[in-house]
Design a protein around this ligand. Structure first.
Ligand code: TRP
Length: 455
């Protein structure tokens, strides 16, 4: 017998491994930080409905298309476009490079928010944020984010944790860790939901979350929902593409994407159920925006019996959620650097982490040393968020849709999504194709123009 010397490409080892890792990427601060605060500021249930529509019409088909590209080429994002584009159309690989830049940019500010969450676990344990006075909570938050040492320290901790897992590899790092963290996440969320729902006056929060007020649906609300669907499902950055390249040949991609989308939605809803009834029960303002998680939530927990324990659980759970998302964001550039340039995985990870820390420092210091460094009136933190979420993400999304819808084409898509004819899903694939060819790029283009304030 001859043994092959070609190294086997790292990848996920089981259908469940694919599911938890991909879900781990989707679930993150987007669910627990962005989703509740946006639902709060955009009219509750009506926002939820629009979000659902956006997820079904755009999010799901793009997720299917993106993971399919990765599995077809079995390569990093840049190489995937290079391999799959027709002769003379090498420029499609720009989409891969945009994803590279976008992933690092997102990590630069995302790691800082995750750092605040890590810090809040300890502050909560120490009772430092156990105050029902929003003013005191605000001062505690302000004190942390405006301290350069604290801001940088926690960002470095976050990147050290994420980096050490990435260095272990796809199966032994990402899959092994998300396999343990995802069940933990659901468990902790359920505990918080029970606590929140058994508070007096909890009903009001549920009504807010689930009874739609259709007068609140405006074009801006719809666009916000669509942008959120993209961010929450980790789309448009080549991140899902990279994960798709680790899927098994027998993985049913449309079914997996649907499960990830539903489970991601479940986490968001549970986060809403854990937060809003409590917010109403203690008479706080649901429309507090991004500060909701760091200023209102501690105050809400401090006001309830056993609050310190539940507050700690809340921040542990948020930290847990952020891990899987950051692993996927870091895996994208690491896969690119290690496969395309033949760097070892550890070396590639070291370079990517160095880039994140270098770009992340100005973002972390946005409330202190770099607050005056503004471009278009945005400090580095907001600028990175804007550039990645409002520019690179929709642009990448459009390119993926146009590539699959107009270059890759229906026969290829049918072949790939049916696992070479082994799955009978031709009707479904046709729907995905039409959405990716026409509906999604159009809607994303509108989001892009709106995000650039061109309307
Ligand atoms: N989806 C993650 C969240 O909800 C964030 C995230 C991970 C992401 N990977 C991404 C966003 C890729 C955009 C692109 O927090």
């Amino acid at each position: 017998m001859k043994t092959t010397l070609r190294p086997v490409r790292d990848g996920f080892t089981s259908p469940f491994g694919v599911l938890v890792a991909t879900l781990g990427s989707a679930v993150g601060l987007g669910n627990i930080w962005k989703f509740p605060s946006l639902t709060g500021t955009n009219g509750g249930a009506s926002f939820l409905l629009v979000y659902l529509a956006a997820t079904m019409l755009v999010g799901l088909p793009v997720m299917i298309a993106e993971t399919m590209l990765g599995r077809t080429a079995r390569a990093d994002a840049v190489t995937t476009f290079e391999k799959l584009a027709p002769r003379g159309q090498g420029w499609w690989k720009i989409a891969g490079w945009m994803g590279f830049a976008g992933s690092l940019l997102i990590l630069a500010f995302y790691s800082e928010v995750a750092g605040w969450v890590y810090a809040y676990i300890f502050k909560s344990l120490a009772g430092e944020i156990a105050t029902t006075d929003p003013a005191v909570a605000r001062a505690a938050f302000g004190g942390m984010v405006s301290s350069p040492v604290q801001a940088l320290f926690w960002q470095w901790v976050v990147m050290a944790v994420t980096g050490s897992i990435i260095m272990l590899g796809v199966a032994r790092g990402i899959e092994a860790v998300t396999r343990r963290l995802m069940p933990l996440l659901f468990g902790l969320l359920l505990v918080l939901c029970v606590r929140s729902l058994t508070l007096p006056g909890a009903m009001q929060g549920l009504v807010f979350l689930f009874r739609p007020d259709f007068s609140k649906i405006t074009p801006v609300v719809a666009l916000t929902a669509l942008g959120l669907a993209f961010f929450k499902l980790s789309l448009g950055m080549g991140v899902m593409l990279t994960y798709g390249s680790y899927f098994r040949d027998t993985q049913n991609i449309p079914a997996t994407a649907t499960r990830v989308m539903m489970a991601d939605l479940a986490v968001s809803l549970l986060a809403g159920i854990a937060i809003f009834p409590a917010v109403f029960s203690f008479g706080f303002e649901p429309a507090a925006g991004p500060s909701l998680v760091f200023m209102i939530v501690p105050a809400v927990f401090a006001a309830m019996p056993g609050g310190r324990v539940f507050m700690t659980i809340f921040f542990v759970l948020t930290a847990v959620a952020s891990v899987g998302a950051m692993l996927s964001l870091l895996e994208m550039p690491v896969a690119l650097l290690s496969e395309r340039y033949g760097l070892g995985r550890s070396k590639a990870a070291a370079w990517a982490i160095a880039a994140v820390l270098l770009m992340g420092a100005p973002a972390a210091l946005s409330q202190s040393l770099t607050a005056h460094l503004t471009l278009f009136g945005l400090n580095p933190f907001d600028l990175f968020d804007f550039l990645s979420s409002n520019v690179l993400l929709p642009l990448g999304g459009i390119m993926i849709c146009l590539f699959v819808g107009w270059v890759f084409g229906l026969p290829q898509l049918e072949l790939r999504l049916s696992n070479e004819g082994r799955l009978a899903n031709a009707g479904l694939v046709r729907v995905v194709f039409l959405l990716v060819r026409y509906v999604a790029p159009l809607l994303i283009a509108i989001v892009l123009l709106n995000g650039l304030n061109l309307f």
